[in-house]
Design a protein around this ligand. Sequence first.
Ligand code: BES
Ligand code: ZN
Ligand code: ZN
Length: 494
Amino acid sequence: GMPLPDIAITHVPFPTEAADALILAIPATDDPAVSDELRSALDAIGFTGKKGSFARAYAPGFTSLPLAVVGLGPDHDLNTIREQVGAAARQLTGFETVAIDAVTTVDGAWRAIAEGAILGAYQFDALKSTPEDELARSRRARHVLVHAPESVTDDDLGTARAHGAAVALVKDLVSTPADRQSPEQLADGAVELVSDLPIQATVWDEQALADGGFGGILGVGIGSDRPPRLVRLDYAPEGAERHVALVGKGITFDTGGLSLKPAASMVGMQEDMTGAAEVLAVVRAAAQLALPVRVTAWMCIADNMPSGRATRPGDVLTMVDGTTVEVTNTDAEGRLVLADGLVAASRENPDVVVDVATLTGAMVVALGTRHTGIMGHGDAPDAFLRSSDRTGEAAWALPLMDYMSDQLDSRVADMQNANVGNRAAGSIYAGLFLQRFVGRIGNDPEADRIPWVHLDIAGSGMSTTSPYGFTDKGPTGASTRALIDFVAAGGEVV
Ligand code: BES
Ligand code: ZN
Ligand code: ZN
């Protein structure tokens, strides 16, 4: 497929040349900047410009192109423009080249238009056998022309393109069914995807994982005929003063293991590698944008399957740092693979560690399906919240309560991975578990832990409700853009 539209700048307002349709974002039909011809055409269909409204219009006195209008509302900001232009790009099908303009005085609107268009126009049809001509009619824009002031050129689209390409990559990988994406395929694909960039790739296969003592990743992957992998992707530009480590959960399919999920809960569990896809997409974007920050991405990849070899409830795994963990529930596997990843990432003494994971179903209970839940310590959670604010991605902080720590205790081992029979604050329990594996500054046992933020995207990573804004049904790549922004800021509060 060709899921990502290409974007280019035009300096012509309401451009008609070389486009098949025009999308126009409007704060209000009675805005003085709306021409009389356009206003009467919009009045005729009762379009007022109310935020979120979308209509196709016929306005021959204004434009010779098929027209789609989308409402911004009078008090819109950059996030509104990105969201509503994206909604229009998502809903307008059948036109290959689409020009987009907005009636607005918001500074830098062109950038939000470009980002919204790229996000909204994404489509995954790689597995459809529908003939090409039929597909074309239901296809969103493939080429987008964004109106921008004279001072803006195509070169300024780098960030919008990198953000769009990163989200599209995550969606492509998450949309790929598990039968076509084993741990080995995901790992090899990742290496291939960074081969044209200044990124050093290292892959641990099952033998290397055993030699290295990665008991968490091995213990989760052991039940599958398709062995696990750990991938390290290092982007280390010369002169970088900050080092951000990213750790992603890469469960290629989560059956629950011997603690088998009920049939309905297993549906969609190919999405359980979203975190790994995101860290891959983010390190790639950092290199594409030549950010002056070192980024090391760790993809913790395993297939969680039940079998005669699978880890049983009660088994004890030895994590890569020597911590022993009693597996009380094999469906709480994400924290096991991430534990190894967090330890490996921390050993390199980065300035900040981030992990991202479709970790707990309890996340949906706590915050619903749109917000990413964040937990952590040090400045990292604040820095991330600033980033998610800038990219317009919803995130909300949850506390890591100290009094819950004794629930991590096991009778036989150092820790247990789940507190069976207690459903209180399940997302926070998982966060507290992970925190134990975040290393200390300078690898000094007396020092504080490295600043860390944990993103639980179990709710936000997949959209199952009706589409809204630029968000279609299916994988969302939630927080990918915020992570690129976070990395660009060196993981600091700016
Ligand atoms: N991959 C799931 C979490 C999940 C659920 C992601 C729904 C996306 C949508 C995770 O591995 C899991 O199964 N967690 C368990 C933890 C429990 C056994 C402590 C859960 O949420 O039930
Ligand atoms: Zn699970
Ligand atoms: Zn899982």
